[in-house]
Design a protein around this ligand. Structure first.
Ligand code: PAF
Length: 275
């Protein structure tokens, strides 16, 4: 009998799931998701994609029931990318009513996106934990577009000792700069144009940074000026934060610009590094 006295020894002795890549999604796939799938395909022998519209991460007044669910189309796209397996459980099985166990990363999850959407990151962390336990991947691929989600999951993986390496892939943008999102389909033609203000505000801040400005407040001033020119878009937050803790960063070097805004009824997110 082996007696395993530390985590590394336990990992070495337990069955491994070497070279299994997991791409968790909520479906309604776009090029951003496919970039995650391609990164997984390039790195892993087996690629599993989950499609699960997670009820735990939607607030009571959010778009759970109208969230797009083009399942057949998603599967065809994934098959064309050479995905080995799609895991698409039903909500009754993965998140049955009455469960009382949750995973929470409170200090990060309470900020910005979490402050606007109470319970959102608890729902994400809980379901991603379940997916990790079920699929047991060696690598899991997430998009930088949801930067706060990445920070929550990095911290969760570290503190709960999940034997998985997170691979964070860059944001994929439309040619005019709009970050790809499953929610972009909700935008009408006018809103689609107005939505570009998120990207423009971040570009203004990056330009000021490139010109030598390091004070976050000065950068925010430049970004907010762009929003002031697009009064139909309701800015929720525009901040310069530490990319790990999501606390405000007064010094901009190495920090992350994060923005959320409502365009019509659609809430959009974006972010960009200052480096
Ligand atoms: O980023 C998403 O689509 C979701 O938050 C995730 C990670 C699939 C968990 O439901």
């Amino acid at each position: 009998m082996q007696i395993l006295r530390n985590i590394a020894a336990a990992r070495a002795a337990l069955p491994s799931h070497a070279s299994l890549g997991l791409v968790p999604t909520m479906g309604a796939l776009h090029e951003g998701h496919l970039a995650l799938v391609r990164a997984a395909r390039a790195r892993c022998a087996t690629v599993v994609v989950t499609i699960f519209v997670n009820p735990l991460q939607f607030g009571p007044h959010e778009d759970l029931s109208r969230y797009p669910r083009p399942f057949e189309r998603d599967c065809a796209l994934l098959e064309a990318e050479g995905v080995d397996c799609v895991f698409a459980p039903c909500a009754e099985e993965l998140t049955p009513a009455g469960e009382i166990t949750f995973v929470d990363v409170p200090s990060i999850a309470a900020r910005l996106e979490g402050a606007s959407r109470p319970g959102h990151f608890r729902g994400v962390a809980t379901v991603v934990s379940k997916l990790f336990h079920i699929v047991q991947p060696e690598f899991a691929f997430f998009g930088q577009k949801d930067a706060e989600q990445c920070a929550v999951l990095r911290r969760m993986v570290r503190e709960l000792n999940f034997p998985v390496e997170l691979v964070i892939c860059p944001i994929v943008r439309e040619p005019d700069g709009l970050a790809m999102s499953s929610r972009n389909v909700y935008l009408n033609a006018q809103e689609r144009k107005q939505a570009l203000v998120l990207h423009r505000a971040m570009q203004a801040m990056q330009a000021a940074f490139a010109a030598g400005e390091r004070n976050s407040l000065a950068l925010l001033y430049a970004g907010r000026a762009e929003f002031a020119r697009e009064p139909n878009v309701q800015m929720d937050y525009l901040e310069v934060v530490n990319p790990d803790t999501f606390e405000s960063a007064s010094e901009a070097t190495g920090a992350l610009i994060v923005v959320a805004a409502k365009v019509g009824n659609t809430r959009l997110l974006d972010n960009a590094a200052l480096s």
